[in-house]
Write a protein that binds this ligand. Structure first.
Ligand code: ATP
Length: 242
């Protein structure tokens, strides 16, 4: 399959620290790929560079035929890239619907007024949050905050969705709901790159995993193969013993 997202030689330095070191990988259209690695291995930094929140020190990122590296976050969003953040970024005093409407202004569609409200409601329905549409965002439970964060990302009408530990902190029932939700997004044609630590979710969702350690790619293979790679096992064991 031809790559949809292509990352080549991606590097990010923070002073003397090389957080991401000459990383290359690709994601085909319609795939769910896991981006894994022990804490501090550079995963969020990779997402930040793909979404334009952080400029790369070196290397390139392309989506289909469009070069993303060098563009800012709003331009990248308009190319069809959306993301969730590890810490939900809600506007707590606004309603759930209003939070999604704010995100709509940055997406591919650019909707305002009644059209924006209807689109926001559609996205809330998609993530199972329509019944909370009028509630203040600050009053949502944790899982519902996560749903709202996802609705905000989906409001941008993404072709590529970047999930940063979206399933972290959910109880077992919520986790199953979350897994089904992400499966549904794949069925609707969205390509997904997900940073995740929850192994059950990774095994259930990701056809393939790219695994990093200390900024370097140590595995890139179908999930079961990648997770049993000796270099990966050693990297994770190192973390447990740290
Ligand atoms: N803005 C920054 N300034 C300086 N150092 C940073 C910055 N952002 C990340 N780092 C460092 O880069 C390295 C990679 O961090 P990153 O957050 O990408 O790792 P991660 O794999 O996402 O970790 P986690 O699983 O804990 O979220 C870490 O050593 C981190 O301290």
């Amino acid at each position: 399959m031809s790559p949809f997202l292509q990352v080549s030689g991606l590097t990010r330095r923070f002073g003397g620290l090389v957080a991401v070191n000459d990383l290359s990988f690709s994601v085909a259209k319609g795939e769910i790929v896991g981006l894994l690695g022990p804490n501090g291995s550079g995963k969020t930094t990779v997402l930040n560079m793909i979404s334009g929140h952080l400029p790369p020190s070196d290397g390139q990122i392309a989506l289909a035929d469009t070069r993303l590296s060098g563009l800012g976050p709003h331009k990248i969003a308009r190319q069809g890239v959306a993301r969730t953040f590890q810490l939900v970024r809600a506007l707590p005093s606004l309603s759930v619907t209003e939070n999604v409407i704010v995100a709509l202004a940055f997406g591919r569609k650019r909707l305002w007024g009644e059209a924006a409200r209807l689109e926001a409601l559609k996205r809330l329905e998609q993530v199972g949050l329509a019944h909370r549409a009028g509630q203040q965002a600050g009053d949502l439970t944790y899982i519902d905050q996560k749903r709202m964060e996802l609705a905000r990302a989906l409001a941008a009408d993404p072709q590529l969705l970047l999930l940063d530990e979206w399933l972290a902190g959910l109880n077992p029932t919520e986790l199953q709901t979350g897994i089904e939700l992400i499966r549904g997004l794949k069925s609707s044609g969205i390509t997904i790159l997900m940073v995740e630590h929850v192994m059950e979710a990774i095994r259930a969702l990701c056809g393939r995993c790219v695994i990093m350690n200390a900024g370097i790619k140590i595995a890139d293979a179908p999930t079961a193969e990648a997770l049993s790679d000796p270099a990966v096992v050693t990297a994770y064991l190192g973390e447990q013993h740290a």
